[in-house]
Design a protein around this ligand. Structure first.
Ligand SMILES: [Fe+2]
Ligand SMILES: [Fe+2]
Length: 214
């Protein structure tokens, strides 16, 4: 009976995570946004605002994928020693999700309509990596975080010059993601071979190109 209840509890918790990730403004951050009240944007044209929103929409979807990845992995991976650490990283991803969501709202825009699709795909990838083994699973986290870090660097360069608030959010995210990647490698994550990384880059291109507008 106890076992039955805890399984149901777990399912409810998982479903709650899905809803909090996919429903706009539902994620609860544990840290305030780095875009504090003292940071103000310079004037932006309409085209610049739309460009900034497109980039922040990509970052938001990236965080949706991160939630799904950690959740999928949590289902199948054992990770006895690093579970606490992974949970802390997942909480930091919730912060990122909420900060990007808030920034999109400030830019008078919305998250991607494709988020449920990317959530499902990332959940499947996370669960598969976790089922293969902890080394692969942690290696997948490291490779993903490194890729996200490269996106963030590129976005920091191409954001409109006047968009100081998005820039503040992305700078803190870049620091956190680098830390997540390093932690996953130190915990024993496998270094992925170049062809796997190339496949991941291709997938991320599909995501960024579609989400920028949709
Ligand atoms: Fe993140
Ligand atoms: Fe991360």
């Amino acid at each position: 009976m106890m076992r039955q209840l805890s399984r149901i509890d777990n399912l409810i918790h998982q479903f709650d995570t899905v809803l909090r990730t996919l429903i706009p403004h539902a994620a609860q951050p544990s840290r305030p946004s780095p875009a504090t009240a003292s940071i103000h944007d310079d004037a932006m044209s309409d085209a610049e605002r739309r460009h900034a929103a497109g980039l922040m929409r990509i970052n938001h979807t990236g965080e949706v994928c991160a939630q799904a990845l950690y959740q999928g992995q949590g289902f199948t991976a054992k990770l006895p020693e690093v579970r606490g650490q992974m949970e802390k990283a997942a909480q930091e991803e919730i912060d990122h999700l909420a900060w990007c969501d808030a920034r999109l709202q400030e830019l008078h825009d919305r998250p991607s309509l494709l988020n449920p699709l990317f959530y499902a795909a990332s959940f499947g990838l996370g669960a598969t990596a976790g089922a293969v083994g902890d080394r692969v699973s942690l290696g997948f986290v490291a490779a993903t975080e490194e890729q996200v870090g490269r996106h963030l660097d590129r976005h920091l360069e191409t954001l409109p010059p006047g968009d100081h608030r998005s820039r503040a959010v992305l700078r803190q995210m870049a620091i956190d993601e680098a830390h997540h990647a390093q932690q996953a490698l130190e915990a024993g994550g496998a270094r992925f071979p170049a062809p796997v990384k190339a496949g991941m880059t291709l997938m991320s291109r599909v995501m960024t190109c579609s989400v920028y507008r949709l």
